[in-house]
Design a binder for this molecule. Structure first.
Ligand code: CA2
Length: 150
């Protein structure tokens, strides 16, 4: 049975493709979901792709992931820089966590340079647009295979 990977997207990412294409690209979140589904299948994984504008809903999904998912990929959007609650949930989930951002948060405003999510993440991919999600899935596939073989 293929491993299920929870791919979480935070607030306002549902607006992708409608505004600020110079920062976030032209792809919609549905485009990214489709690309993740294809990449996951090619890697023998299953993508469970979700978006929420509600911090508590993201926290609940992370808590529930422990029961049925093998890893979490998370673009927490603005909650990256504010949410101790999401960080605590990710730290407690006992799953490998990969952080993704479409933009290079370190080339942007100073308030985007700090990430609470990074405290719980094995690694972070930023600045490569939607391709970052596919790279994160490749990293998860490698991590899970390594774990099985070790
Ligand atoms: O670069 C990323 O992926 C971010 O996580 C995106 C967040 C931002 O707060 C982070 O600092 C970096 C913002 C997501 C909002 O996306 C929009 C897309 C189109 C129009 C408006 C917002």
């Amino acid at each position: 049975m293929s491993h299920k990977v929870l791919i979480l997207n935070g607030p306002n990412l549902n607006l992708l493709g409608t505004r600020q294409p110079e920062v976030y690209g032209r792809q919609t979140l549905a485009d990214i979901e489709g690309a993740c589904a294809r990449q996951a299948a090619a890697l023998g994984l299953q993508a469970d792709f979700r978006q929420s504008n509600v911090e508590g809903e993201l926290v609940t999904w992370v808590q529930e992931a422990r029961a049925g998912h093998a890893a979490i990929i998370v673009n927490a959007a603005a909650y990256t820089h504010t949410s101790v609650a999401l960080m605590d949930a990710l730290l407690a989930c006992d799953l490998p966590v990969i952080e993704v951002h479409l933009s290079n948060i370190h080339r942007r405003e100073a308030f985007r340079h700090h990430s609470y999510v990074s405290k719980a993440a094995l690694g972070m991919i930023c600045g490569l647009g939607a391709h970052g999600y596919e790279l994160a899935l490749a990293a998860v596939a490698r991590l899970l295979n390594t774990t099985v073989e070790a």
